[in-house]
Design a protein around this ligand. Structure first.
Ligand code: GLU
Length: 277
């Protein structure tokens, strides 16, 4: 059975781009007589708000979207994330990164939430070369650190991998496409990449649909699935819808939220029609 999902982070109100993504995922499930799940990606306590969780429910209901079963909250899954981090450490594919606060700040703004689109600088690999004795020593002394995936060591274990995108076809995994990504942040002990990979497996998702700005991340997720022995779903990276000026909908662009559209009298069925659903 086909199982799809919508996995928003409650960092603000939903906009048209979210509506398209949610309707797209729901329609893939409906067409196949499958299931559609909702997951709240709330690992980053500094950015996520309970009120936005309520807002997500409200907006999806307004759009007429129905999700199956219980909602999965990532904030309930830290034990599972820890367990997998230990497995990956046991395989020697993670290394501690002690890089400076400033550098980590730049990186942290990218790793808690999904890295939408290319452009985030790859990590230089600075801490990869630290000898294991020194690593142990610095950890024992309490130096703060994140854990990074050594993508070349990891790909030496996994070998070549493929994944299938229902729109783009067969893809060869590119292990270093995002560099040595952070798997466990120093402040929240997981990351977007790890949490999303484990939770899609937990929810039995067979078809991961999301915007094409997350396609690069899929290479990392495919590698994690192989390392952790998780089932391999299919993907469908959909186009990103844009406004009349050709810009993507986003909070940064000050896009109208669904609530604002609703409050201004726009009808859900008209919005659905405009989005092609
Ligand atoms: N939580 C992510 C976001 O807000 C989506 C993750 C995904 O679909 O893989 O963009």
């Amino acid at each position: 059975m086909v199982i799809t999902r919508f996995a928003p982070s409650p960092t603000g109100r939903l906009h048209m781009g979210h509506a398209y993504s949610a309707l797209f995922a729901e329609s893939l499930a409906i067409v196949e007589g499958g299931k559609f799940f909702l997951r709240i990606e709330d690992i980053d306590k500094n950015r996520c708000r309970e009120e936005h969780v309520e807002g997500i429910y409200e907006d999806l209901k307004w759009l007429g979207i129905c999700w199956d079963s219980e909602v999965l909250f990532q904030s309930t899954r830290f034990d599972e994330y820890k367990n997998s981090i230990n497995i990956l450490r046991g395989m020697d594919v993670l290394y501690p990164c002690f890089c400076s606060r400033k550098r980590i700040e730049i990186e942290q703004s990218n790793v808690g939430l999904a890295p939408h689109g290319p452009g985030s600088p790859k990590y230089s690999g600075n801490c990869r070369a630290i000898e294991s004795e020194e690593r142990e020593d610095r950890i024992v002394k309490g130096e703060s650190h994140s854990w990074r995936l050594d993508c070349s060591k990891a790909s030496a274990i996994t070998g070549e991998l493929q994944w299938f995108d229902q729109l783009a076809g067969n893809m060869n995994m590119e292990p270093s496409i995002l560099g040595d990504v952070i798997i466990s942040r120093k402040d929240i002990a997981t990351s977007y990449h790890l949490a999303v990979t484990l939770d899609d497996a937990e929810q039995g998702v067979t078809l991961i649909s999301r915007g094409e700005d997350l396609r690069e991340s899929t290479h990392v997720h495919r590698m994690l699935q192989c390392l952790l022995g998780l089932p391999v779903p299919q993907w469908c990276h959909h186009k990103l819808i844009t406004n009349s000026a050709g810009k993507r909908f986003s909070k940064r662009e000050g896009s109208l939220t669904l609530k604002e559209m609703r409050d201004s009298g726009i009808k859900a069925e008209d919005l659905r029609g405009e989005l092609g659903f």
